[in-house]
Design a protein around this ligand. Structure first.
Ligand code: GTP
Ligand code: MG
Length: 195
């Protein structure tokens, strides 16, 4: 698909704040600082649409974006950032869990993992949980530009093995810097929102 328009819609904490209507939705999940907001900006080719930062915990609310007037992309707050107080981690967990369990229009989730690291226990938990709930998921291995080609290939294998991906499960190496993986990921998203 060709992205012709992308705009911020609203931020939400709880279900009452989510946009009304029946538009299909795709959410971006992953640990803090993994590159969710950067991936969204690259997909849309719009620098600065979603706020990004070197400091983990930048995105603290559920942010909804409207794409081509046809579907929502949802930037979720990241999990697993140790430096925030337990109370705040708990409120983020509730926010994300609440969204993923109640959102009727959710068609699929892009789970982001860092291509340089083995997925964490929380990544495993999230992927397993999505599978268990029957929510379609694709894994994006972010910051692929930071690895030489051979290391990236090795890393992809490690990630596939750690998350127990099977042949039909997709893993897309992605770089917000170079645009690697952008077309493939847009294709997966288009399949979800059109199906
Ligand atoms: P939270 O909102 O805190 O959960 O983080 P996030 O997952 O939205 O991460 P964000 O997009 O803000 O990116 C975190 C940092 O990683 C920023 O400094 C980005 O510039 C950097 N980054 C993200 N994607 C890439 C990438 O593909 N390549 C490189 N080199 N840096 C990236
Ligand atoms: Mg963010």
């Amino acid at each position: 698909i060709k992205v012709t328009s992308a705009q911020f819609v609203t931020s939400a904490v709880k279900a009452a704040d989510y946009p009304a209507g029946e538009l299909p939705e795709v959410a971006l999940a992953g640990r803090s600082n993994v590159g969710k907001s950067s991936l969204l900006n690259r997909l849309m080719n719009r620098r600065g649409l979603a706020r990004t930062s070197n400091t983990p915990g930048r995105t603290r609310l559920i942010n909804f974006f409207l794409v081509n007037g046809l579907f929502h992309l949802v930037d979720l707050p990241g999990y697993g950032y140790a430096k925030v107080p337990a109370s705040e981690r708990e409120s983020w967990r509730k926010m994300v869990e609440g969204y993923l369990t109640t959102r009727k229009t959710l068609k699929g989730v892009v789970l982001l993992v860092d291509s340089r690291h083995q997925p964490s226990a929380l990544d495993l938990q999230m992927y397993g949980w999505l599978k268990h709930r029957g929510i379609p998921a694709v894994v994006a291995a972010t910051k692929a530009d930071k690895l030489p080609r051979m290391r990236l290939l090795q890393s992809v294998k490690v990630i596939r093995a750690t998350l127990s991906l099977t042949e039909g499960d997709r893993l897309i190496p992605f770089s917000a810097e170079t645009g690697l993986g952008r077309e493939d990921l847009l294709e997966v998203i288009a399949g979800w929102v059109n199906g």
